[in-house]
Design a protein around this ligand. Structure first.
Ligand code: NAP
Length: 299
């Protein structure tokens, strides 16, 4: 079996590359195309067609996305193209080459007012990123109707720089000791990228075996935490002072962050078999520990 993972240099894509290790895998990158990763601009239909024509994959996973708020604000057209156009073009490419497609989406398609959200709950995104993720879902469904769309919540795992996840950014703030206010209203369900990648693998296998699944699937860890609660857990675990961390409403007050997008994930284990649940309390320390010093991890 051959797989192409678009966005393989990213947080989730790196985990998906490992999870698909029993297939012949080709990963793509954009700005971080080091090693074996193939440089592909997913806003280019030609670049996608060229790669897919060469590899002839059985399955494609789309982990391409632009989720950094600074980029949405600073270069909205570029960020929109990276989320929406790329999703449509990859879906068209997958369909043309006869590959099955797993497309990654986000819990931010919901407004966070009425959790838990089922795959058929009505989306109502509050911010630009959520609207792009929803537009991308529509584009994928239009271009490749039998694609599986997997919605995920906030991810964490081994990162390449502290700003790559909320969790590692919070760890830096705890360790820095400078006064900081962290939101204690909006609840996240931090999910390990390796757990999400394993779900992707199972989803891809099910599609390849011809299993009929709903077009949208949800996966999420079960423990809900605010950024402030995560900070306290980090401080407690690493015996760090937390008096400089104040509980606030920074995200909630912005009006564009959903308060609670808990995803109802009951359908997926029934379809794919029970997946290993990673417990946040056990999994977060190795993800944050390298980022508790001012210099970050040694290169
Ligand atoms: N991280 C989360 O908390 C989270 C939560 C829910 C859903 N998601 C979704 O999961 C997917 C993966 O997210 P992630 O956290 O792994 O993101 P990420 O770490 O920012 O990685 C994004 C990937 O997209 C690639 N990319 C960006 N623009 C591209 C372009 N024009 N052409 C080709 N590739 C491009 C990047 O390549 P380079 O880095 O090489 O430039 C990188 O490989 C996204 O759809 C995201 O919306 C993420």
């Amino acid at each position: 079996m051959r797989a192409v993972i678009f966005g393989a240099s990213g947080l989730l894509g790196r985990s998906v590359m490992r999870a698909f290790g029993d297939m012949t895998v080709t990963g793509t990158a954009f700005s971080r195309s080091a090693g074996a990763l193939v440089a592909v601009d997913a806003r280019s239909a030609d670049a996608i067609a060229h790669l897919l024509g060469r590899v002839r994959p059985d399955v494609v996973v789309n982990c391409v996305g632009e989720r950094r708020p600074a980029v949405w604000a600073g270069a909205p057209e570029r960020a929109c193209a990276g989320n929406v156009d790329a999703a449509r073009l990859i879906a068209q490419g997958a369909r043309r080459c006869g590959a099955r497609l797993v497309h990654i989406s986000s819990d931010y398609v919901f407004d966070g007012t009425a959790p838990p959200y089922r795959p058929d709950s009505l989306p109502n995104p509050l911010n630009t990123y959520g609207r792009w993720k929803l537009l991308a879902e529509h584009a994928v469904r239009g271009a490749c109707p039998d694609a599986a769309i997997l919605r995920l919540p906030a991810l964490y795992g081994p990162v390449q720089h502290a700003a790559e996840t909320n969790l590692t950014e919070i760890a830096r703030q705890v360790a820095a000791g400078t006064p900081v206010e962290l939101d204690d209203v909006c609840v996240r369900y931090p999910t390990h990228a390796d757990e999400a990648a394993e779900v992707c693998r199972r989803l891809a296998r099910a599609l390849l075996q011809g299993q009929r699944l709903g077009s949208v699937a949800h996966w999420s860890a079960e423990q809900g935490l605010t950024k402030y609660r995560m900070a306290l857990m980090i401080a407690r675990r690493f015996h760090l002072p937390a008096d400089h961390v104040r509980a606030g409403e920074t995200d909630a007050a912005s009006g564009d962050r959903p308060v609670d997008c808990r995803l109802d994930c009951q359908e997926l284990p029934a379809a794919l078999g029970p997946a290993r649940r990673r417990l946040f309390d056990i999994e977060f320390p190795p993800a944050v520990e390298p980022w508790l010093t001012a210099s970050g991890p040694a290169a």
